[in-house]
Design a protein around this ligand. Structure first.
Ligand SMILES: CC(C)(COP(=O)(O)OP(=O)(O)OC[C@H]1O[C@@H](n2cnc3c(N)ncnc32)[C@H](O)[C@@H]1OP(=O)(O)O)[C@@H](O)C(=O)NCCC(=O)NCCS
Length: 397
């Protein structure tokens, strides 16, 4: 009997050992699992860092080496124009002023207090940048008189004109009107409305141009984009006219085609965008676009323009085949005319943020002399690009 109990005890002890062993294995499996989880996290972190580095590299390459932008800068440099940058208080503008001069793109007048600009930007070499302070400029009273002469019929008093002439944007616009500079860039730290109103009041639209409008030059990322055959699009109006009429939309299309050719070097194929393609939907907003198309065609029968087109029908060849067969523009558009500012503004930001395009603008078309706005989210490279385009705009016929 005792032998039986001893055997039983031994069996129990063996089973206990086995259970302990099994528990040890279980712990080891848990450890391995945890290690694998840790590794997974490490791999995810490495992957994320690599993706971020790639995006950074691509953005840098798109900005610095984009051949499209390089060509614009090269053409601008040949002209030797003088451009005024109104916002000496903004570090991005100060850097851009120095870069534009160093790269030989234009001669630059920067507005602001020279001492403050140099103190706030100690690492920027401002050699060759002409700094003018509206507060101390001997030209200011002359500009105030010019402003009063131009706006007194609209009710402006001499005192008001004098006060406004101290404002950097007004001062810059008055320099342009007086012929002391060839073009103006502002808006890095001022709203579009505040940037463009002085220009609209003083420089005004060019003779024969019914309205000033704005556009973005959308430059495809380095390496290209499958929907952008020519390396860039013109988007209009994405920054100024809130709800253009059919007549105004037609003007925006006509002048944007000219911009595409003369500034961007594109052979324009203009798409009048809508939420409808060739009558697929019926609505007053669609009729506004088809009426604009008819006006534009009547004014310029040679222009390669079509509508109304949805965005996919405008730029995707396979969609164009089924939605707008036979159209010379559909599937290949490079000038996109948006029906209103909501669509135009949202459209350019989607293309910039999701598509990785460089958005240069909002640039203006139709002013008697070149004035360009900047986005308040701009980088100093964007300001340099706007300077180059402003110089080219002095050549528009
Ligand atoms: C630019 C803007 C301020 C002009 O509108 P406004 O302030 O109401 O201007 P006013 O009506 O006072 O016009 C001022 C002058 O500019 C002229 N003008 C206004 N818009 C014009 C245009 N598109 N083309 C030509 N002239 C224009 C007016 O005829 C007026 O001339 P006058 O004073 O000699 O008679 C306005 O269109 C605007 O705010 N647009 C939206 C800008 C924006 O927020 N964009 C989104 C971000 S990018």
């Amino acid at each position: 009997m005792a032998g039986f109990f001893d055997k039983l005890k031994q069996k129990v002890s063996e089973i206990k050992d086995k259970i302990d062993e099994a528990n040890e294995v279980k712990d080891e499996v848990e450890d391995v699992k945890n290690t694998v989880e840790d590794w997974k996290e490490d791999v995810d972190q490495v992957k994320e860092a690599a993706a971020q580095a790639k995006e950074k590299r691509e953005k840098k390459a798109a900005r610095e080496e984009n051949p499209f932008l390089a060509d614009i800068k090269k053409r601008a440099a040949k002209l030797g124009k003088r451009i005024v940058l109104c916002e000496g208080e903004d570090a991005r503008v100060v850097r851009a002023a120095a870069d534009a001069v160093r790269e030989g793109i234009a001669r630059i007048t920067l507005l602001g207090d020279p001492e403050a600009i140099r103190k706030d930007n100690p690492d920027v070499d401002l050699t060759g940048v002409d700094i003018v302070d509206p507060k101390t400029s001997e030209k200011r009273p002359e500009y105030a008189a010019l402003l009063y002469g131009l706006r007194k019929a609209k009710g402006m008093t001499e005192e008001e004109a004098d006060k406004l002439s101290y404002d950097n944007t007004y001062f810059g616009v008055l320099m342009l009107k007086a012929g002391d500079v060839d073009g103006l860039v502002s808006g890095a730290c001022h709203s579009t409305a505040n940037t463009l109103r002085p220009g609209l009041q003083i420089v005004k639209a060019a003779p024969g141009v019914p309205l000033v409008s704005s556009y973005f030059l959308m430059i495809a990322p380095t390496g290209g984009n499958q929907y952008c055959e020519d390396g860039a699009f013109i988007y209009a109006d994405s920054g100024l006219n809130e709800n253009p009429t059919s007549e105004q939309l037609a003007e925006i299309a006509l002048i944007s085609a000219r911009t595409a050719k003369q500034i961007a070097g594109l052979e324009p194929r203009v798409a009048m965008l809508s939420f409808s393609t060739k009558g697929s939907a019926k609505h007053a907003d669609v009729e506004k676009v088809t009426a604009a198309l008819a006006i534009a065609r009547e004014k310029d029968p040679e222009l390669c323009i079509d509508g109304e087109l949805q965005l996919d029908a405008a730029i995707v060849p396979s969609v164009a085949k089924s939605k707008a067969p036979g159209s010379k523009v559909a599937g290949h558009a490079n000038v996109l005319i948006f029906p209103d500012l909501d669509a135009g503004n949202i459209g350019y930001k989607l293309t910039e943020r999701l598509g990785g395009f460089m958005a240069v603008g909002p640039l203006c078309q139709g002013f008697a002399k070149p004035i360009n706005d900047l986005s308040r989210g701009c980088k100093s490279e964007d300001v340099v690009a706007a300077v180059a385009i402003t110089a080219l705009q002095t050549q528009l016929s």
